[in-house]
Every structure is written in C-alpha cells, then in structure tokens.
Design a protein around this ligand. Structure first.
Ligand SMILES: *Cc1c(COP(=O)(O)O)cnc(C)c1O
Length: 558
C-alpha cells in the first residue's frame, strides 16, 4: 500500500518511528525533515491532496493531539480523516466510516501503540454493508451544501436559494427534457479560480498576460471535444447554445440571407429564426414543419423547400422532437441545394456522445450544442466544424460577438468531455433512451396520445388536450404540485396559445443520472397518468408527491 505520511514539529518523532514500523509499505514522506516549528495545515494539505488525487492509498498525519491535523485534512474533498487513539477505533473508522487518513496525537499515544494502530488501520477494509455504504455516501453528498456553506454567513439570502434548489433536487422528480444534473467534478471546475482570468483570444494567442493556466484548460476542452465527437475543430467559448448558433450565422452568412429551419412551434428553437429572436430579425427565415399525419420530419418536403428557396443554411436539430433525425438524408439535401449543413444537437449531444443517436458531426459543416442538456455539463455552448471553417468561426466568436471567455466554465466542459470517454457512459446514454421509451409506453397505454406515437430519444410529448381536455399549462401545474417537474410545450399544429399549449414535454436525462432504470421510469409514467386523469383530485396528488419524494430519496443526485 502507498502511504502518504507527514507531521508537524510536535509529531515529528512519532512520524519517524511510524515510518520504521510501516517499512513493509511504500512510504511517501511529505515532511518535515526535522523538528523545527512549522504549521500543521501545510503538511495536512500535502497528504490530503496525495490521498484525494490517488497518489497514495491512505495517509497518516501526526501532531501533538491529532486534532489540528484531522480538522485540516477533512477540509479536502474525498478525504475522510479519523483521529484514533486505539486499534479498535482505527478498525471501525476504516470499516464503517471509510476513513482514508489516520491522525495520531503524539502526546496522547505512545510510538509503539501508534504503530499498532496504524497497522490495524491499514489492514482493515471498508465494509460493503448497505447501512455503512449509505452513510458514507451521505458524508460525500454533504458537499452539495457544505461547498457553499461559507455563504450561510457571508450572504444568507443567496445561500437560501442554493439550499432551496438542493432540497428541490433531493425531493422531486425532474423530467425537464432540457435539464440534467451536473457532477461534483463539473461543479468544482465551474466554481474554480479560473473565473478570475481575462483571456480574450485563443490558447497561445491572447490579449492578456498570465494566460498559461487557462490556456491549458481551454486546450484540453478543445482537444477532448474533437476526440469525443470526432470533429476537426472545436470552439468551446460560446456562453450558451444561442450564442453558438449566432456564431455560425455570423461566420457564414449576411443579414437578409435565407435560413431553412424548423419553426419553434413545431419543435425548433428560438435561435433558429423565431421572429422575437435576433435570428428572426436579422435573417430571412423559411420554416419547415413536420408532417400533419405522422408528426415526423418529411425529408422530401424539406428537399422540395430547399430546392425552391435555395437557403444559404439548412438548419436541423430541435428542442422538442422525439424522433431520430436522419442526418445522412439532410446532407444529401444540402449537397443538392448547395447550402451549408448546420446541425444544432443541443438536446441530443449526450446521446450522440454515448452512441445512442447517430452523430451529425461527420455530415455537418457545423454542429452546435449546449453542454448542459443530455450532455450533463455546465451551462454553456460549443461549436464543432470542419477545418476549413475554423478561422471564420473563431473570429465570429471573438472578436465578433463575445469578449472574455468563461474559462472556469470551459474547464468544466473539459471535465465533462473526459467523463463521457468512460465506457460506462455508453450504457448511461442507452439507459436514458430505454427509460424514456418505458415511461412513454406506460403513459400511452393509459390512454394518452403521444405526439408521433412514441419516442426514439430522451423525450416524449403528451397531447394532454386531446387526451383529457386540459391545457399543457394546467397539466404541468398539477404535476408540479405532485413533485413531478415537466414543462408545458406546444405540439405540432397546436390550437392553443404558446402560453397555454396542448402538450407537455417529458425527458429522462436527469432521472437516469440518478441511477433510475425502466422499473422506476414505469412507476413515474404511472404517476403522471394518475395525476392527469383528474387534475382536481388532491388526494392523488398527495399520494404521488409522497411516492415521488421517497423515490427521489432512494436515488440521490450526485
Ligand atoms: C436549448 C437549446 C438551445 C439554446 O440554449 P441556450 O443555452 O439556452 O441558449 C439552442 N438550440 C436548441 C435546439 C436547444 O434546445
């Protein structure tokens, strides 16, 4: 076992004795190398980081009482330091609490006893027992609040908002199709000191000094994005998905040029040319729709329109389209019409990364995305493109439309791209789709009309108007009161206003991140039907709310 060891001046003699006693192990001595006065937090930090980073399997810290060392070490993520004065305590700390750093009080425990304690500590393994595993997990999850606990004093009002969001995530079932739950690692990068840096420009070509650390982070993000999606070039600076789309328009076309895109009320996105959005104000937008009967994309019709209006850009991708998109077919249309192929994969980026939806990247000139939807990363945007567009794209983002990039968020993007390279993410992406199909089928079998008759991806749309004579607004409010969070959504050829709508949109990324599988998805589908069968039935809402809370508790968010 690799043991990181350190002390302060008061623990120096005992540390040296422990090194001899543990001679059979691989010892990493982090100092000090004499008994001159020094500060225990400096040495606790070295050992804590060695253990947290996996450089050491366990740590040993010694000071006069062991208290200062344990306090200092426990400030670090994934470190569980235990001050032990007996072999029994060492064994239990390891077995039950999963302690990975042993703290010894040199004035309390003699050198010989310290050696026996350390040996017992090292010889004991974590207990796999459910009770203890659950409690250890709770220790780690405390970070959801403890990471922000300084605000409890510094800014109680903001802390209250963070606490409320934490509680909401812990107790409700989130089915918002455009949301997900970020990992701790992602949040650590997003909240890091990298936010302090101005870095206008790109890695190696900045307008400010002192950019080496952020250059490293942004280069990682760019490289990993290209590797993950098989792209030739990546720009990771767009602040959001809308900005990513703006960057592509600015890089390629002029005001007044024609974009052929899916209209918002059919499942498209605001930034694809809605009249209230910059895109609709600057460019000539020709919308395509889904087929009235099948409620799916009619590629022949898109082709006919493309040949008729000869757009500069054919934009595909959507915010509320439950079916797979045939990117190969879109490419053929673009080639025939001689236009740029732009795909906005904001919603399905995670499915694409995990192989659960065909990738548009090999086909498209530009692929834009958000990084916070199925991809599950920080709130932000990104553009992938063919090498020949790289220069135009980069200058469109900076200096064209943005100033300094958010390097902390870019670092968080890098973290998430790396997470997606793990093989487990393939299963996760498939599971999102399996959960969606399972939930959708239950709702459908209970008599609800599903737009397009089903789903191929992470979301489905329920026509609550046709099914129960209620609006999407009413349905979403009833579900919200039952602890199930969805959003109202227009459905194709909706007769209700966008404010009321005939539909709700239901997505399974977030519950899948919590570890839920088909069985839980089916349970939730049943609850949705229970609540919507009679939205005035408060007893049902109460029952579902209690069930949702219990389920959420069983599947804690990361
Ligand atoms: C969510 C979404 C966006 C925009 O994302 P923001 O980060 O909110 O600007 C763009 N395109 C599509 C298809 C989306 O679903």
């Amino acid at each position: 076992m690799r043991i990181a060891i350190a002390s302060d001046h008061g623990g120096y003699e005992t540390k040296e004795a422990l090194k001899k006693a543990l001679a059979g192990e691989e010892i990493l001595d982090f100092g000090p190398d004499g008994a001159a006065p020094c500060d225990y937090p400096d040495y606790a930090q070295k050992v804590a980081l060695a253990v947290a980073g996996g450089e050491a399997d366990a740590g040993v810290l010694v000071c006069r009482t062991g208290i200062g060392m344990s306090m200092a070490a426990n400030r670090f993520q994934n470190v569980r330091a235990a001050l032990c004065a007996s072999e029994e305590a060492a064994e239990v700390a390891r077995r039950h609490n999963g302690a990975n750093v042993l703290c010894i009080g040199a004035d309390v425990t003699g050198a010989e006893e310290a050696a026996a304690i350390a040996k017992r500590f090292i010889a004991t393994a974590e207990d796999a027992d459910e009770r203890h595993a659950r409690r250890r997990a709770k220790l780690e999850r405390a970070g959801r609040l403890s990471d922000a606990s300084g605000l409890a004093k510094d800014d109680p009002e903001v802390f209250a908002a963070i606490k409320a969001q934490t509680l909401q995530e812990d107790t409700e079932i989130n089915l918002i199709a455009s949301e997900n739950t970020s990992s701790r690692a992602c949040r650590e990068a997003a909240g890091s000191v990298l936010m302090n840096k101005y870095a206008e420009g790109y890695p190696g070509k900045r307008w400010y000094s002192g950019c080496l650390p952020v250059d490293a982070a942004e280069e990682l993000a760019r490289k990993r994005a290209c590797e993950l999606f098989g792209a030739e070039h990546a720009n990771v600076q767009p602040h959001c998905g809308s900005a990513a789309n703006m960057a592509v328009y600015f890089a390629t076309i002029k005001p007044g040029d024609t974009i052929l895109s899916m209209s918002l009320d059919q499942g498209g996105h605001l930034s694809h040319g809605s009249p209230v959005n910059f895109s609709g104000k600057i460019y000539n937008i020709v919308p395509y729709t889904v087929d009235r009967e099948t409620e799916t994309l009619d590629y022949d019709e898109i082709e006919r329109l493309a040949m008729e209006v000869r757009p500069k850009i054919l934009l595909s991708g959507a915010s509320a389209y439950p079916r797979a998109i045939d990117f190969k077919r879109i490419r053929e249309i673009c080639d025939k019409a001689g236009c740029i192929m732009m795909v906005d994969m904001a919603h399905i980026a995670g499915l694409v990364a995990g192989g659960a939806h065909e990738s548009p990247v090999p086909y498209a000139d530009f692929t834009t995305t958000t990084t916070h939807k199925t991809l599950g990363g920080p709130r932000g945007g990104m553009v992938l493109c063919k090498e020949k567009w790289a220069k135009a794209l980069d200058s469109a983002v900076f200096p064209g439309m943005q100033g300094g990039p958010l390097e902390n968020i870019i670092a968080a993007k890098a973290v998430v791209f790396r997470e997606w390279m793990s093989p487990a993410k393939k299963d996760y992406a498939q599971q999102i789709v399996k959960n969606c199909k399972a939930m959708c089928k239950v709702v459908q079998d209970r008599g609800y009309r599903i737009v397009s008759g089903g789903t191929d991806n992470h979301l489905f749309l329920v026509d609550v108007k046709k099914s129960k004579g209620i609006t999407g607004k009413e349905a979403a409010a009833a579900l919200d009161a039952a602890g199930i969070v969805v959003n109202k959504n227009t459905i194709p050829y909706d007769t209700e206003s966008p404010f009321k709508t005939s539909g709700i949109r239901v997505g399974t990324a977030s519950i899948t991140t919590r570890g839920m599988k088909e069985a839980e998805a089916e349970t939730i589908g049943g609850w949705i039907a229970d609540v919507l069968d009679d939205i005035s039935d408060e007893a049902v809402r109460e029952r579902v709310r209690a069930g949702a809370k219990a389920l959420a508790t069983r599947f804690p968010v990361p």
